[in-house]
Design a protein around this ligand. Sequence first.
Ligand code: SF4
Ligand code: SF4
Length: 168
Amino acid sequence: MSMIVKRKELSFWERLYIPALISGFKVTLSHFFRPNVTMQYPEEKWVLPEGYRGAPLLVKDQEERTKCVSCQLCEFVCPPKAIRITPPGPEANPECGNIEKEPEEFEIDMLRCIFCGYCQEVCPEEAIFLQQDYSLIGTQRDQMVWDKEKLLEEGGIHQDDIMKWKNK
Ligand code: SF4
Ligand code: SF4
């Protein structure tokens, strides 16, 4: 059964639009003299807190060697399946057989990545870190899939004691 809801009758002052207009202008004027809080992005950027976690990037060690050893743990744990790793295969270095090695390809789809940090947590080599990049720009979808070269270039060198390659 339908029910008709009666509308409240407007008073005389409510029917005049000028008082509403004036109160609207009063709000505009009150904001007009306040300091501007709009950030001039991208010239100005947020000052991020120290622990901020942005895009995951691959890092190199102090000798500029890729730390990633293609174990694929990060690919396995990544909730949105943003990581795709192509291990090199035994033919890349027959002396080493099937042990893990620098990946042939390593891609992260930044459109899928949710910056959760699982990849960083799980990595046994400390080869991938969520850094402070949050402004990731691309005009096409494929530009947002970052390959190994780009991930390493943006990730830079990480100073720590884990240098597995040194003992090979
Ligand atoms: S931060 Fe999370 S979502 Fe992004 S690549 Fe790492 S595990 Fe995947
Ligand atoms: S980044 Fe770390 S967890 Fe991911 S494949 Fe490389 S070594 Fe394994």
